[in-house]
Design a protein around this ligand. Sequence first.
Ligand SMILES: [Zn+2]
Length: 381
Amino acid sequence: MKCPRCLNTDPEYFYKGSRGWYCRRCISFGRAMIEEETESPKLAEIADGAQEYTLQYPLTPAQEKIAVQCAQLIDDTSVLINAACGCGKTELVVYSIAKMLKEKKKVCFAIPRRQVVLELRERLAQYFPKAKVIAVCGGHTKETDGDLIICTTHQLYRYYRSFDLLILDEPDAFPFYGNDVLHGIAETSCRGHTIYLTATPDETLCQKAERHELVQLNLFRRPHGHPIPVPRMILGPRLFLLAQLLIWIHRCRDHPRMIFAPSIRTAHILHRFLSVFMKCFLCSSHTQNRDQVIAEFRKQKAGIIIATTVLERGVTVPGADICVWNADSGVFSEASLIQMAGRAGRSFQYPDGDVLFLCMSKSSLVKACAKTIEEANACAV
Ligand SMILES: [Zn+2]
């Protein structure tokens, strides 16, 4: 037996109800009946002209090359685009989306995190002015059909075998990463091929590329051509690091500064400590008015924000410098260190940025992160 929705085959999850066998592994999305035929939703035809796009900036030659290659490949195979943070991932799939829409094929852009869905909808609606671009996520589920659907990976259960192209953005991010149910649902929502977009591909994706189950395209050059800032590491006891943090904050005073902490508790302690000396913002998963806090921080020319990994991806603050407190903490993976470091040096005005990792002990992950960034920079030359 196999669940038609989440692809579960473990007999422990199958139950027999009054209507027949159903799967309990994906029960939070409603009952998936095993013996009944699963129906795809009836989705409207793509509007004429939906494929017309306008980009804010023309693609750089490096972006152009990947974007063209990807659009050629997607008819025949799935693609992994490994693009370093700040390389303009979204722009790399615009040709592929346009090509599909022109052929009246259904495209979905799925992302693990809700916040990014809403931001991306705005951006893609600007790129495709004639297309009906809709966001489907918690709080936005009244309308579920459009020419281009942007949704959280949780919402894919609505679209059984509906998409000719599924673009999975940041498949290595929580809560999609390591979640078998969401992976199964993503697979069954797509009848065509998938584009995986990430700066930090996980082991599974790398293995698929090695087995030639998909084609990997790499882009390590940022649009401004400058290398990605490599983190500097300072090692020492807590009090010494606090002094270093104050020195760093002062040294980078002309730019916005983002300080990442490994836990909500540590973020609060740092916030209390720094608030003695200066105004600073705090943002964690417990922050109620998160959007407002980020907006306030952005408004300041050189503000300071202390954040947990809740801000490690997606949030771009032009010209920001980055510090990771206790970067050697077991909470951070190499991917999250790369993502946090990748927040720096993303503006044309200030393409270099400063990244500082403060550590209380030696950490192989911190070293691996610096090495990965150096290798990406070397490949970009
Ligand atoms: Zn299931």
